[in-house]
Design a protein around this ligand. Structure first.
Ligand SMILES: Cc1cc2nc3c(=O)[nH]c(=O)nc-3n(C[C@H](O)[C@H](O)[C@H](O)COP(=O)(O)O)c2cc1C
Length: 180
């Protein structure tokens, strides 16, 4: 049976480096899992979560929740903003709860400013996903800005190989789940 993987690009910026990374893994996994969906938080603009039940009726919120509910697994890429995940990604996750994530495998990666950037955002994302009871894979990846060209394409071959390993980990976690 084909599985659904939801790819989330967690940057609110146009031309985001995060999107360059999600494009790589989306293409890699789409070939293995036909039902992959891509949610780009630059295009999919959500209101600021305020707990008002009326927000649940909004199309953007309902679409997010539908995609998350239908997903068997997630691949989430976040930018590192001030040592954490983007506000856009945290806000999107605030519209969800553990019913959407419990036990589902999640692969994570970050786009950062270079040097030692990215690790804090990934640790922050793990903590948030722990709150959602997701099954976050141990491996992770950080993309440096120098590895994204002027057309927004991620071009570093060794990075692509590491991302491929992450994709294989996610596909394998999905298969293991299917056997349980
Ligand atoms: C508000 C803001 C805060 C940032 N803080 C960090 C940081 O703490 N560490 C880091 O490595 N890069 C930081 N950066 C750089 C971004 O992580 C880097 O530009 C990344 O590629 C942005 O991803 P995006 O293009 O997908 O938005 C920051 C950028 C912005 C806009």
């Amino acid at each position: 049976m084909s599985k659904n993987v939801l790819f989330i690009s967690g940057s609110p910026r146009a031309g985001a480096n995060t999107k360059a990374v999600i494009n790589v893994v989306y293409r890699l996994l789409r070939d293995k899992q036909g039902n992959s969906q891509l949610l780009d938080l630059h295009r999919h603009v959500l209101p600021l979560f305020n707990g008002d039940p009326a927000q649940q009726e909004l199309d953007t919120v309902a679409q997010l929740q539908k995609l998350a509910q239908e997903a068997d697994a997630f691949f989430i890429v976040t930018p590192e903003y001030h040592n954490g995940i983007s506000g856009a990604l945290k806000n999107a996750l605030d519209f969800l709860n553990s019913d959407y994530f419990k036990g589902k495998p999640v692969a994570i990666a970050a786009a950062a400013g270079g040097g030692k950037g990215g690790i804090n955002a990934l640790n922050n994302l793990r903590l948030v996903l722990r709150g959602l009871q997701a099954n976050v894979l141990p491996a992770q990846f950080v993309a440096d800005p120098g590895h994204i060209d002027e057309h927004g394409i991620y071009v570093d071959e060794s990075g692509v190989q590491t991302l491929q390993t992450l994709v294989l980990d996610l596909a394998s976690a999905l298969q293991t789940e299917a056997r349980v």
